[in-house]
Design a binder for this molecule. Structure first.
Ligand code: ADP
Length: 457
């Protein structure tokens, strides 16, 4: 087993990884920019190394600084968390060249799945259903038009290198398509330095259902069931739950089987997520594979009783998975709300600031993953996720009640957050019935924001 792991990340995920390392008696090295000198991950790690001045979000992207810190502190592995370098194939390769184990899949696998158009082709070749669309990338707006004519509108133009909903445009007809193509390409070049695009049919009002998979170096691949991540704003997840109300046991088995095939086709190792959209006729289609731990992994941990970071570390150290498919049971219901430092009444403008007062919810079945503490400053340089409130209960209705209660206990003074919006959603009748899709939030936003918060509580 590893002796010391460098955590190439910050915020709640760095804290989350430190927790498991401590339980496994593995030492941790935190890295920080000067803006993060007082951050919680710095305080909780065995030791911490400054990797540069404030201001720069790029600090946590500085590969040579991270590798040097790992080597100088005698680490034998690096955990990248999510975001930053977690899906950077070059970084995974460099770790290996430096004799450091990258806790994640190999650079080759990251590269293979990082190109979403190529990943689609690989999936199709391995019997995993993909959304109807182009064979590989399209070379021009004319080619995109031909594909769109063949599959029918509406379509989505997507960036092969895409992520975070960027480089994506909806096309409803031939007239607008060339302009949308140009806009998607410009955004893809600006965000990812790669303008390659492909075309997919837009599945109307789908659910976003993703499967957690785990794979070891000995060829074992298991899935840990699904997460329903359909509560999204602009393709960004806000609330997640497991299991999903949309899946029967038969459908779960069939999607889980497809997720395992997807991981096998990629030659996958470590924890990963296979994302699907599910239409109203129970047809499901692969959209992408995320080759890292996800923000929403705690809901899966609650329903399966497994520690996904521990499994990642075990697999990276060459051990086999601690579970077989037949041992995995999804029991009870888990739900997560993302508490972002954003103002829902002000167009979701990021609004970081100082935490003047903090009270976190607790009690049975409540977990809060956060790096906040009283008096800390939420940095404007990084993403706006302030806390994840996660609950676990025997049934969905009990999980909803528990989440309402947990959010009512949560106090963050100093900046607006999405917690109240999540609380309102927990009272929306269609949500309570489990009848929602990825269009839910957009359809109900005005109504939700008009609700009297006091009346709803
Ligand atoms: P990104 O990597 O940028 O987040 P994804 O391909 O994962 O992009 O898509 C993000 C979200 O966009 C999905 O969760 C889903 O809500 C929506 N989406 C993606 N592809 C389709 C599609 N073909 N039809 C309908 N919705 C889609």
């Amino acid at each position: 087993m590893f002796h010391r792991i460098l955590i190439a990340n910050r915020g709640e995920i760095a804290v989350r990884i430190i927790r498991t390392c401590r339980e496994m008696e593995i030492e941790t090295v935190a890295v920080y920019s000067t803006a993060d000198a007082d951050a919680l991950h710095v305080k909780l790690a065995t030791r911490a190394v400054c990797i540069g001045p404030a201001k720069a979000g790029e600090r946590y992207l500085n590969m040579s600084a991270l590798l040097t810190a790992a080597l100088e502190t005698g680490c034998d592995a690096i955990h990248p968390g999510y975001g930053f370098l977690s899906e950077n194939a070059e970084f995974a390769d460099l770790c290996q060249q430096c004799g450091l184990k990258f806790i994640g899949p190999s650079g080759d696998v990251i590269r293979k799945m990082g190109n979403k158009s190529a990943a689609r082709d690989l999936m199709r070749a391995n019997g995993v259903p993909v959304v109807p669309g182009s064979d590989g990338p399209v070379a021009s707006a004319e080619e995109a038009l031909e594909v769109a004519d063949a599959i029918g509108y509406p379509v989505l133009i997507k960036a092969s290198a895409g992520g975070g909903g960027r480089g994506m445009r909806r096309g409803d007809g031939a007239e607008d398509l060339p302009a949308l193509y140009a806009a998607a390409q410009a955004e893809a070049v600006a965000c990812f330095g790669d303008g390659e695009l492909y075309v997919e049919k837009l599945i109307l009002s789908p659910r976003h259902i993703e499967f957690q998979i785990l794979a070891d170096s000995r060829g074992s691949v298991v899935h840990l069931g699904e997460r329903d991540c359909s509560i999204q704003r602009r393709n960004q997840k806000l609330m997640e739950e497991s299991p999903s109300k949309a899946l029967t046991q038969t459908l779960r088995q069939s999607m889980g089987g497809a997720a395992v095939r997807a991981a096998q086709a990629a030659g996958y190792q470590s924890a990963g997520t296979v994302e699907f959209v599910l239409d109203h006729d129970d047809n499901f289609y692969f959209i992408e594979m995320n080759t890292r731990i996800q923000v929403e992994h705690p809901v899966t941990e609650f329903v399966t009783g497994l520690d996904l970071i521990r499994e990642q570390i075990r697999v990276a150290a060459g051990l086999s998975l601690s579970v077989r498919q037949e041992d995995i049971r999804q029991t009870g219901w888990a739900m997560e709300c993302r508490v972002n430092a954003e103002d829902p009444r002000g167009g979701f403008r990021p609004a970081p600031g100082k935490v003047e007062f903090l009270h976190l919810p607790g009690g049975p079945g409540v977990r809060v993953d956060t790096a906040l503490f009283n008096g800390c400053e939420l940095s404007p340089w990084y993403d706006s996720l302030a806390a994840k409130v996660v609950v676990y209960a025997p049934t969905r209705l009990e999980a909803i009640r528990k989440m309402r209660r947990a959010l009512e206990e949560l106090i963050i003074e100093g900046f607006p957050t999405t917690a109240d919006l999540c609380h309102l959603i927990l009272y929306q009748p269609d949500f309570v019935k489990g009848r929602y899709d990825t269009g839910f939030l957009e359809q109900h936003m005005d109504e939700l924001l008009q609700w009297d918060c006091e009346g709803s509580k």
